[in-house]
Design a protein around this ligand. Structure first.
Ligand SMILES: Cc1cc2nc3c(=O)[nH]c(=O)nc-3n(C[C@H](O)[C@H](O)[C@H](O)COP(=O)(O)O)c2cc1C
Ligand code: SF4
Ligand code: SF4
Length: 351
């Protein structure tokens, strides 16, 4: 029983992906360092990329962005995120190892060039898109934002509700203010979900650090009710984001689009909003723009007055998601590996 609770609060049997840097190839450009969403990498004294142990060890989400942005192909990622026991157990749910896109069933594709003549333009956009966290300073012309929004407007929605509404922010001071407010609010998350010693020392999980008595009581409840917000990778990631004064949750993108939704939408807002934004994201990629969803915008929930009086978000609308938009800095076109699909087929007749 005690072990069950311990594994729920923080899974003990976990393996993470392993990032290997080929020193001979690494030029020390620092692109991977800036692109990692949770600051897992740093440059050492010899200007070589290394694992950054400044915060918690347990947070790599295996997004492979570091690998995708590296111009020298100096990064290799092996292994997957696996938990061996307890509430978070997943090692029996995926077939290892992760693979590159294989739409043609002829072996994985590592980049768009490897199948230029065989893939549709849509497929190339889907596989070639990455979350972009390296932006040029140059502002995005309004007509390109208009094209993204038009693509969103024609997304399907339950009951044709079309519940979306957008706030486009191109004022750096306002984007910075939203960044600070979200980061401040997110500190509540770390205080609730991590041992105080890890917050104070800001170093990798000290195995002797204890959760407070009240955390031992509320964490199992929180985990049960909101597993998506209490996954150890989220907790470690949020600790990084909030402890690093330089971290900008919108990566200094020149444009920020907030997606609002009418909470009375037929069938609920989440699915419609996701489809709408993904239309916009894929269109942006096809137009040569980079985007990154920023779920950390949730922090604004703790700033109702700012939301209402500065951003003009009033009932029945609520902020669903944020999207950083800008021109990508450098080439970010490599495909990445993902978990193998889990599919159940029922073929043929039942008779
Ligand atoms: C709903 C949603 C919320 C996300 N929130 C964030 C975020 O707050 N910060 C961030 O850097 N990336 C965020 N991402 C990007 C994911 O980390 C990224 O999509 C994932 O790691 C896969 O990488 P890829 O988009 O490059 O394929 C979010 C993505 C989605 C779909
Ligand atoms: S895989 Fe993603 S989270 Fe892990 S180190 Fe690379 S960029 Fe960071
Ligand atoms: S992006 Fe590649 S070359 Fe640049 S620092 Fe990282 S590993 Fe080195």
């Amino acid at each position: 029983m005690l072990d069950k609770l311990k594994d729920m609060i923080l899974p003990r049997q976990t393996t993470f992906s392993k990032i290997t840097v080929i020193d001979e190839k690494c030029t020390g450009c620092g692109r991977c360092v800036k692109s990692c969403p949770i600051q897992l990498l740093m440059l050492d004294a010899d200007n070589k990329c290394r694992s950054n142990q400044r915060y918690d060890a347990f947070r790599c989400i295996t997004c492979q962005n570091c690998m995708a942005v590296c111009p020298a192909e100096a990064i290799a990622i092996t292994g997957e995120y696996r938990v061996g026991q307890g509430f978070w157990k997943n090692d029996d749910l995926f077939e290892t190892p992760m693979t590159f896109p294989d739409p043609l069933g002829q072996g994985g594709l590592t980049n768009a060039e490897s199948a230029t003549d065989k893939l549709t333009e849509t497929e190339k956009v889907i596989y070639g898109r990455r979350s972009i966290r390296l932006y040029q300073k140059k502002q995005v012309p309004r007509d390109l934002i208009h094209r993204m929004i038009e693509a969103g407007r024609f997304a399907p929605s339950a009951g044709n509700s079309q519940p979306w509404k957008f706030i486009v922010i191109r004022n750096p001071a306002l984007i910075d203010e939203i960044n600070s407010r979200c980061k401040k609010a997110l500190r509540v998350h770390t205080r609730l979900t991590l041992p105080k010693a890890w917050l104070d020392k800001k170093i990798p999980g000290d195995p002797d650090a204890r959760f407070a008595w009240w955390q031992k009581i509320i964490l199992p409840l929180l985990v049960k009710l909101r597993p998506g917000d209490t996954d150890q990778r989220v907790r470690g990631g949020v600790n990084t984001v909030t402890s690093d004064p330089e971290y900008h949750i919108f990566f200094h993108a020149p444009t920020l689009i907030l997606q609002l939704a009418d909470r009375r939408a037929i069938g609920g807002v989440d699915y419609d909003s996701g489809i709408c934004f993904q239309n916009m994201v894929l269109t942006a990629h096809a137009l040569g723009l980079g985007t990154c969803y920023v779920g950390l915008i949730d922090g604004l929930k703790l700033h109702p007055r700012f939301r209402r009086e500065v951003l003009g978000v009033v009932d029945p609308f609520e902020i669903v998601m944020a999207l950083a938009v800008g021109f990508p800095s450098g080439k970010i076109g490599r495909f990445v590996r993902r978990e193998k699909p889990r599919v159940i087929w029922f073929d043929g007749s039942r008779g």
